[in-house]
Write a protein that binds this ligand. Structure first.
Ligand SMILES: N[C@@H](CCC(=O)N[C@@H](CS)C(=O)NCC(=O)O)C(=O)O
Length: 210
């Protein structure tokens, strides 16, 4: 049965279209235009109470009953559990995936997101302060990621990516917008190229959302 994906052309939205493509799950795309305030539509808020994309409705959830899921990290976890893909069953192997998924959700998303916000502000001391603070923190996070990826193919698994890679990729996709070139991040650059070369990832980023 087809999963309904409520989304928009943003890092958090792209994480889920990438994951759905990688998992080979059928899905329909329902664009929520957040530039027009559609995230406040009561029909959307009924299952996405934080008025943010992405969210999904799976008509074939646990017990073959429908389920709704909001928060991109929770959606990735749900889809991985549903399909048995991109999240190891073994607890020791699963822990690093959850560590790096939480690392993304808690920092490598909120911090570059603030860079995007301050870049849109009128020039002045407030913009400069906000940009410097969040850009510095964003660059620190990229450094953490680069050190983690040294000698590794994927962030938290070996042989194939995990949901943590999909989560992080969504934000790395916007590295030019938050002004972090990969020149001094060789391991991030190699991982990014590796991930972007995957046909399913390309399909996930190509899904029309406007
Ligand atoms: N923690 C949430 C963040 C979702 C989020 O911030 N979504 C943005 C687009 S990337 C949004 O819907 N913004 C709408 C708004 O700010 O009103 C998640 O990972 O799902």
């Amino acid at each position: 049965m087809t999963i309904a994906l409520y989304t928009y052309n943003t890092p958090n939205g792209r994480k889920i279209s990438v994951a759905l493509e990688e998992m080979g799950l059928p899905y329909s795309v329902h664009v929520v235009d957040i530039t027009k305030g559609e995230q406040f539509n009561p029909d959307f808020l009924a299952f996405a109470p934080n008025n943010r994309i992405p969210a999904i409705i799976d008509p074939d959830g646990p017990g073959r009953q429908p389920i709704t899921v909001f928060e991109s990290g929770a959606i990735l976890y749900y889809l991985a559990e549903k399909t048995g893909k991109f999240l190891p069953r073994d607890l020791r192997a699963r822990v690093p995936v959850m560590e790096w998924l939480m690392w993304q959700m808690g920092g490598f998303g909120p911090m570059p997101g603030q860079v995007h916000h301050f870049l849109m502000q009128p020039e002045g001391p407030a913009r400069d302060y906000g940009f410097k603070r969040y850009h510095t923190e964003t660059k620190r996070l990229y450094g953490v990621l680069d050190r983690r990826l040294a000698g590794r193919e994927f962030v938290a698994t070996e042989g194939e990516p995990s949901i943590a890679d999909f989560a992080i990729l969504g934000w790395a996709w916007r590295h030019e917008r938050h002004q972090v070139p990969f020149d001094d991040l060789p391991h991030v650059a190699a991982w990014y190229a590796r991930m972007m070369a995957r046909p399913a990832v390309q399909r996930g980023f190509a899904v029309a959302m406007s």
